[in-house]
Design a protein around this ligand. Structure first.
Ligand code: NAD
Length: 482
């Protein structure tokens, strides 16, 4: 069988893992095994499934330091971000375990006497999961734990750029007692992913990745039959800064939002929409702070920014910066590829970049960059800011910095995104609330939170009539109404 390797983006000569490149037949075997194991799993009471998820959380907790380092080595995240990612998976396990002893449906009063009416959730069978490289442990946890709680089997295809993290996550679950056949992993790129999305034995497809890939996956999955298909796609997130904002808070938030994870988060701050009166001050201070950031080995404690995931990605980001300048933007800082960072032979770094004079019509203001590039757009007031926030096809996350409660709540109401922050950056979601976006960012499902289970289950509505007679809803006792 052909194999492929994932490498450390900070030292591309270092192989992290070598894995088989799976094809359609391997996917078929995995789905069948998961389907077989799912029957016994679905028969176990929900609280018992929840206990297995809690046990997985305990293994993740015990192995946090080792797993965090793996995230850094395979995805290039600085060490504290690797730790945050594993913590997110631990938090998800705790949340889902609690859900196993919570309400999972609704009970309503029937319009008939001696009749009960309620809903419950039933599994879909096997869930096919296709995941991206940039949250290689947190995103599997968002999908796997609720899918298992709902009584499903799982086949996951992690990104070929960070599969060792997916393998380590699943190993931790198996070590905790989740049956290995129930939770399968297949490896490779588009081929096994497409085979999984279109497999007739897969009842739900859960995809996180870019908009173009998500569209292909959804179309292919729906073409073979009715499936639940959930899409969590890209973002073009904006931070609005009004002229009464706390400047130091703005600078801290913009730096973390735009350059954390080298700008490679779906929620990264990509646009800074600043009220004109304070734009000059914000830009000057931001450039100064940006130029002080330390690029380097993600595992070194003083590193602020690691490499981008691949050399191709670096070239794509640099080309977008060049195109922005050609369209009329000004390069205030950064914009260069650095390939000679100490201790990181062969790695590609993008110097954190700030573009000023960007217009809402510029490509760099409309398309996802997925790199450490912040575009500054100037506006006159909060209404113009909101209209610029909403002028893109994405709708994931937005932030508004102001001390004016009326302006803040007006913005919360008018901004068209799935997540809105006030006086906090566009990144920083917490597990108990839903995560996801409007417009092209998704198709209406949400991950995490109490509703995270919806994409992995169907609703069953149950009526129990204990009257011993035929009772006709909407007809009996209604003659008076004609
Ligand atoms: P990607 O779309 O390139 O790949 C995602 C997954 O799809 C990978 O597993 C890949 O192997 C697979 N794939 C590639 N081609 C395919 C095809 N033709 N058919 C089926 N599967 C295919 O995305 P990426 O570069 O890994 O991740 C970055 C993207 O993910 C960004 O757009 C980012 O915004 C988005 N993202 C979104 C969220 C969210 O929750 N909304 C979270 C993280 C990342």
């Amino acid at each position: 069988m052909p194999t492929f390797r994932s490498t450390n983006p900070a030292r591309p000569a270092e192989v992290v893992i070598e894995l088989p490149e799976h094809g359609e037949a391997d996917v078929d075997v995995a789905v069948q095994r998961a389907a077989e194991a799912q029957r016994a799993w679905a028969a176990r009471p929900v609280p018992e499934r929840a206990e297995a998820v809690a046990a997985a959380g305990a293994v993740l907790t015990a192995r946090k330091a080792e797993l965090a380092e793996l995230v850094s080595r395979e995805a290039g995240k600085i060490r504290i971000e690797g730790g945050g990612e594993v913590q997110e998976a631990i938090d998800m396990a705790a949340f889902v375990a609690g859900q196993g002893r919570s309400a999972m449906g609704e009970v309503v009063p029937s319009e008939m006497p001696s009749k009960l009416a309620w809903t419950t959730r039933i599994p879909v069978g096997v869930v096919g999961m296709i995941t991206p490289w940039n949250f290689p442990m947190a995103i599997p946890s968002w999908k796997i734990f609720p899918a298992l709680l709902a009584g499903n089997g799982v086949v996951m295809k992690p990104s070929e750029l960070a599969p060792a993290c997916g393998v380590a996550f699943v190993d931790a679950c198996v070590e905790a007692g989740i049956p290995a056949d129930l939770l399968q992993v297949v490896h490779g790129g588009a081929e096994p992913a497409a085979a999984l999305a279109t497999h007739p034995g897969v009842g739900a497809v859960s995809f996180t990745g870019s908009v173009p890939t998500g569209r292909k996956v959804a179309a292919a999955a729906m073409a073979v039959g009715p499936k639940l298909v959930s899409l969590e796609l890209g973002g073009k997130n904006a931070m609005v800064v009004l002229d009464d904002a706390d400047l130091e808070l703005v600078l801290d938030g913009a730096l973390f939002g735009a350059f954390g994870t080298s700008g490679q988060r779906c929620t990264s701050t990509s646009r800074l929409i600043v009220q004109r009166g304070i734009a000059g001050t914000v830009i000057d201070r931001l450039v100064e702070r940006t130029e002080a950031l330390v690029l380097g080995d993600p595992l070194q404690p003083n590193t602020d920014i690691g490499p981008v995931i691949t050399a191709d990605s670096g070239r794509r980001i640099a080309a977008m910066v060049d195109a922005a300048v050609a369209e009329g933007a000004t390069l205030a800082t950064g914009g260069r590829l650095l390939d000679h960072v100490a201790g990181c032979e062969g790695a590609t770094f993008v110097a954190p970049t700030i573009l000023t004079g960007v217009k809402p019509t510029h490509t760099v203001a409309r398309e996802e960059v997925f790199g450490p590039v912040l575009s500054v757009l100037e506006v006159d007031d909060v209404d113009e800011a909101i209209s610029v926030v909403n002028s893109v096809e994405y709708g994931l996350s937005a932030a508004v910095y102001t001390r004016d409660i009326n302006a803040a709540l007006h913005a919360v109401h008018a901004i068209d995104t799935g997540i809105t922050y006030i006086n906090a950056p566009t990144i920083g979601a917490e597990i108990p609330l839903p995560f996801g976006g409007t417009k092209h960012t998704g198709n209406g499902f949400r991950e995490a939170g109490a509703r995270g289970i919806e994409q992995f289950s169907q609703i069953k509505t149950v009526y129990v009539d204990y009257s011993g007679t035929l009772q006709r809803a909407q007809i009996d006792n209604r003659e008076d109404l004609g």
